[in-house]
Design a protein around this ligand. Structure first.
Ligand code: FES
Length: 140
């Protein structure tokens, strides 16, 4: 069996939503201390809806595929929906990741959460801190 699913290869070769958003409403950047890979997510938010999302990922193929899939999964969704996105759901949507690559999908979940937290903080919106657990693998 191939190590990577066709979906992983597709999102790695043709990443969706790659780039940056000027004047983004929220930006989240995480890095994995062990592999040194970095992921940055930019959000445009209007009326609690994520109207646009872009990413820059300096990392492995699984991290690029995870960012691409995760951005597709939150585009057009409400902030509350985006907050429920887990790295497991991202990996499942990619038809799985090898066990030793699951941490790459964690970057996507954490970068999105940090970007939403950034949005709340920039706009002085109070939020439920328990929805933003401490990063497990990044340096923040
Ligand atoms: Fe670093 Fe995949 S190996 S994020």
């Amino acid at each position: 069996m191939a190590l990577y699913s066709e979906k992983v290869m597709d999102h790695f070769r043709n990443p969706r939503n790659i780039g940056i958003i000027e004047n983004a409403d929220g930006i989240g950047e995480v890095g994995n201390a062990k592999c040194g890979d970095i992921m940055k997510i930019y959000l445009k938010i209007d009326n609690n809806i994520i109207t646009d999302v872009k990413f820059e990922t300096f990392g492995c193929g699984s991290a690029i595929a995870s960012s691409s899939m995760a951005t597709e999964m939150i585009k057009g969704k409400s902030i509350d929906d985006a907050l429920t996105l887990t790295n497991k759901a991202v990996a499942e949507a990619l038809d799985g990741l090898p066990a030793h690559k699951m941490h790459c999908s964690v970057l996507a979940e954490e970068a999105i959460k940090l970007a939403l937290k950034d949005y709340y903080e920039k706009n002085g919106i109070s939020y439920d801190h328990s929805k933003f657990p401490e990063c497990s693998c990044c340096e923040h």
